[in-house]
Each structure stands twice: as C-alpha cells, then as structure tokens.
Design a binder for this molecule. Structure first.
Ligand code: ATP
Ligand code: MG
Length: 418
C-alpha cells in the first residue's frame, strides 16, 4: 500500500502555492527548515488546497523532536495524551507540529496497543517514509516539502483525490481496530468532500461500529462537533445512520427514528445548520444537541403527562438522565453546552402554555435563551409536532408586533440621551 519510493511531483507540476498556506504555517515551516530540520505540510492543509478549498488548519510534520520544536519557538506548547504534539501560536492561529512517527507494521516498533487499539503512539520515525504509513487515508498522506516545494505521495493519494475516493492506508479492519475514530473520520471526509468510501474501507464499518464504545467520551464529543458543525451535517447524519455509527453516538435518539416526526426534526436541524454555515451565520452546538436529544426527551415526557404531574420537574429530571454519561450517552457534553441545552428544553414548556396574560409573556422575551427557545419551537412545528404549531404562530405574531415597537423605543432612548 505504501510505496517505498513516493511519487514526487515537482513544484511546476502542481497547484499548491505558498499563497495558499497561512503566514503562521509558513513561518513554522521556514523556521524548522532554517534550523536544519525537515519540515512538511501534510493532511487537510495539502488535501484541501489541492481540491481548491480553504483548509481549516495546517498540520506540519518534522524530524525535530517535541522538545527541539519547543526550543525553536517561544510561542510553543507541548500538548497531548495519545500523541505529544507541539502547538505554535501566532496571534489567533495555532499551527500543529508533530514529530514523524513510525507506522505499526514496519517492524520498527509498536505504539502501545491494548486489544488492538493504540493507546499511546509516540514511536518516532526517522523519516517521512516512516510517517506516511501511519496516516489514516491516502488523501491525507500527501506531503508538501518546504525545502523544494514538491509534493510527495506515498499512497497514491493524488489519484484518489482526483477520483473522489476515501481509502484507508493498510488493512482497514486493523486500522479501525487501532483507532475506531477513523470510522467517523471516513464518514466526515466523505460528507465534507462529497467523496465515495472505497468498498474495502466501507464494508467493515457496520461490524466494527461498536468499537466506538472504547473511545473517551470527550474525544467523541469533538468528533460530533466536526461532523455536524462544519457545513455538511445533512450528509454526515445520513452516512452515520447508514453505517450504523449514529446508533453508537446517540443510541437513545436512534431508538426514536422510526417516528417520522423525530427523523424530520433531526434532518431539519442538520439542514438549517448547514444553511446557516453556508450563509456565514453563527451556529451553536447547544441548539443542535438540544435537537439531537429532543426525541427521547419528548417520548419520556409524554409518558409522564398525567394530571397533577409537575412537568417542569419531570423535564429537568429526564433531561439530566439523558445527559448523564453512561452506556446510553457516550458523547460527553460539557456543562457550558448542557446548561443552555436544558434552558432551551425548559423554555419549550413555557412557550407552549396557554397564552392569556400578556405582560408575563413579554417578560419571557427577556430570557437570555429566548431566541434559541423560540427557534426550537419553530423547528418542532416544521418537523410536524402538530400540537405546537399554534403556539409557534402565536409567538411569531407577537414578535412581529414587537419588531415594530423595538426600534421606536430605542430611538426614543437615544434621543433622550443626546
Ligand atoms: P481537517 O483538519 O480538515 O479536519 P485533517 O485531515 O487535517 O482534516 P486532522 O485531524 O487535522 O485532520 O489531522 C491531520 C492529519 O493527521 C490527517 O490528515 C492524517 O494524516 C493524520 N491523522 C489524524 N487523525 C488520525 C488518525 N486517527 N489516524 C491516523 N492518522 C490521523
Ligand atoms: Mg487538519
């Protein structure tokens, strides 16, 4: 799979120009090179530029060891549990610099493996040849050499880029066992780039999907954000579902998806999120995750809906159980996100009470999560929760009135201040 001699594409024959690379990443590449180390750009920074897209970040790989990297930059921090990486900061941009690593099947030594899964991976390689085999996909294993601006392609990644193919390097089953997150990454890149997952890479996924249970919940959370908040949520959700991975991430939601309203709600929130991103509007993880866990919440709440029950208390309790980390909730949702999620949920009760006392309603408009709660109500109405449609239009009408009033009020205040 990995070539002994890489395909080398000299600068005049490819379109990766230094103009496509951020100044921060160029600084790091030049500094390493000037100090006598090898330095390459690799991963998304090469892949996306070759596809004519703008990379999210730039990853650099070098033969300098982490401590040596740290000495070269005063704005550098070593981080990482699984991998030790150097983060070099220039203003707001962080450039990730990794030392070459060795692949696990070349006899040079293994990372620390438990049940086939790599738990630590700091066997440094001496050369870029060593490093290529431990990358995940062929399209992520193309190196841009700062010493002569050429590309090195060890795994026919350039051909796969041209053909639109996601292909794991090496034996797919072993590579997924080593790191099950690669299954999520395969889906993410297929969704993001509109590529096809090559059959040997695709076939083992449903069978191995349950290996995600071994992944730390915080890592799963980061992957979930990348899957759903990068502008390709609709495609990611569809593929995750198709490959049996969604079930591993959100089993309680998966169990509700036979209900067409629940399915529509999830598809709708994904679609709205993609649209907002494409229109450069902000998106909040709390809103998306509140929607992702809404179907099981609503199911359990409906079961309790008998006379005399305090629905608010019930909702809080069910919500907390849904968010608590356990076998059913493997994605760790940090408090900064779970708190607003619960507020959005609670607002659903307040927004769907009989509307009589107008003053009280207006007070709700000042709630810090009002907008999110209202948008959530609209989402539910759009998904076909017929019992909330009337309330959704009621609030829409109220806001339409309010919108007329707000600017007048502001103007008055402004005049009185001047
Ligand atoms: P993006 O940054 O757009 O999400 P990327 O491909 O750059 O995509 P990163 O997570 O930044 O992804 O990783 C950088 C590179 O490191 C990858 O392109 C790949 O070569 C390698 N890599 C990352 N995660 C893994 C993994 N789990 N297994 C093997 N190689 C990996
Ligand atoms: Mg990257």
């Amino acid at each position: 799979m990995i070539r002994k001699t890489p395909i080398c594409v000299p600068r005049p024959e490819h379109n990766l120009s230094r103009h496509n690379i951020s100044q921060a990443a160029l600084n790091v590449l030049y500094q390493l090179h000037k100090s006598g180390y090898q330095a390459f750009l690799v991963g998304g920074g090469v892949r996306d530029v070759l596809l004519g897209q703008t990379p999210k970040d730039f990853d650099i790989v070098t033969n300098a060891l982490p401590e040596q990297i740290r000495k070269l930059f005063n704005n550098c921090r070593l981080i990482g549990r699984r991998f030790v990486l150097a983060h070099v900061r220039f203003n707001r941009e962080i450039v990730e610099v990794a030392t070459f690593r060795s692949s696990h099947d070349n006899g040079q030594g293994e990372g620390i493996v438990e049940n086939g899964q790599i738990v630590r991976d700091n066997v440094y390689g001496d050369t870029v040849d060593d490093d290529a085999g431990r990358r995940d996909f062929t399209i992520n294993s193309i190196y841009y050499n700062i010493s002569d601006f050429s590309l090195l392609d060890y795994a026919n990644g350039i051909k796969d880029l041209q053909d639109g193919i996601i292909r794991l390097i090496g034996d797919p089953v072993l590579r997924y066992q080593e790191d099950p997150v690669r299954m999520l990454r395969a889906i993410r890149f297929a969704a993001k780039l509109g590529f096809t997952i090559e059959s040997k890479t695709a076939v083992p996924i449903p069978k191995l999907a349950n290996l995600l249970a071994n992944i730390p919940p915080a890592r799963l959370f980061e992957e979930v954000l990348k899957l759903f908040l990068s502008g390709h949520a609709v495609a990611s959700f569809k593929k995750l579902h198709q490959y049996g991975l969604f079930q591993q991430l959100f089993p309680q939601t998966e169990a509700c998806l036979e209900n067409p309203i629940a399915l529509k709600l999830i598809e709708q929130v994904m679609c709205d999120t993609d649209e907002r991103i494409s229109n450069k509007k902000p998106v909040t993880p709390a809103f998306l995750l509140a929607a992702l866990l809404w179907p099981p919440l609503l199911n359990q709440l409906s079961d309790k809906e008998t006379k005399g029950v305090n629905l608010q208390e019930e909702l809080i309790e069910i919500g907390q159980k849904l968010l608590a980390r356990n076998k059913l909730q493997r994605v760790a949702i940090p408090r900064r996100i779970s708190v607003p999620m619960q507020e959005i949920w609670l607002l659903q009760l307040r927004l769907t009470r009989q509307r009589k006392v107008k003053k009280k309603n207006l007070k709700l408009l000042e709630h810090p999560q009002f907008r999110a709660g209202y948008d959530f109500l609209l989402l539910r109405a759009k998904a076909g929760e017929s019992q909330v449609v009337e309330f959704a239009s009621w609030w829409t009408n109220l806001l339409a009135d309010k919108n007329v009033n707000v600017p007048i009020k502001r103007r008055r205040r402004h005049y009185s201040n001047s």
